[in-house]
Design a protein around this ligand. Sequence first.
Ligand SMILES: Nc1ncnc2c1ncn2[C@@H]1O[C@H](COP(=O)(O)OP(=O)(O)O)[C@@H](O)[C@H]1O
Ligand SMILES: Cc1cn([C@H]2C[C@H](O)[C@@H](COP(=O)(O)O)O2)c(=O)[nH]c1=O
Length: 237
Amino acid sequence: MAELVFFTGTMDCGKSTLALQMDHNHAARGRAGLIFSKHDRAGQAMLSSRLGLAREGIEVTDDLDFWDLVTEQATNGRRVDYLICDEAQFYTPDQVEQLARLVDEMGLDIFAFGITADFRAQLFPGSRRLIELADRTEVLQVEALCWCGKTATHNARVVDGVMVVEGDQIVVGDVGDGEDEDEAAGSDGQVGTPVVEYEVLCRRHYMRRMTSHAALAASPTPEVLPFDLDLCPVPQR
Ligand SMILES: Nc1ncnc2c1ncn2[C@@H]1O[C@H](COP(=O)(O)OP(=O)(O)O)[C@@H](O)[C@H]1O
Ligand SMILES: Cc1cn([C@H]2C[C@H](O)[C@@H](COP(=O)(O)O)O2)c(=O)[nH]c1=O
């Protein structure tokens, strides 16, 4: 039975890796699939994983119509059994409805991958529609961790080292690598432009805007714990 499945989790929990694995497994059994992504960090029309694997695919622009694209393929005699749809949080609600229609009327399996909520802890419109329409929503088993060691549930945006809760919903970027913000280059590669990074946090630390950087600043040594930090370990430098 064809399905629309939404695989979700925080940033950096392995969604794109799973997307590539699912494509590999289905293709290995002779099934014909198409790969889609939108705003992947590796560039246009790419599906990339932090484990180093990447595949070319089709870039989902706002005017792409999944129904038209797949039915055109079928008309031209090209079989399509499944779609891999990465960064699906960026798809429009209409595109998610097209995906559901392809499952119901064309019998395609559709595997969508994406984060549910943005840096303000509000649902992306595409993810909301996926949760509403998917046959199944699966939270990935490999959990990303907050600096305190708890399971991360939220995606924080950090600009020049400070967590922010206002700004554009879409800013493509990666989780931080601990680089010194004073010397880091901005997204255009220029020193001096804002450095936008993400950090996954548990809800407790998201609500307190307590990123690893803020926690370290608040507690210079493990012996001197600030308010309530005694409930969690101090992040390692
Ligand atoms: N050097 C590494 N060794 C082992 N696993 C890694 C390494 N780098 C990244 N990973 C794994 O890859 C995951 C991120 O995979 P990715 O598919 O890019 O995530 P997502 O698409 O959810 O943002 C990390 O949670 C981690 O499990
Ligand atoms: C929280 C949040 C994230 N983004 C962007 C940042 C990345 O480019 C992607 C998520 O990719 P991943 O493979 O899951 O790491 O989404 C954004 O634009 N806005 C946000 O609020």
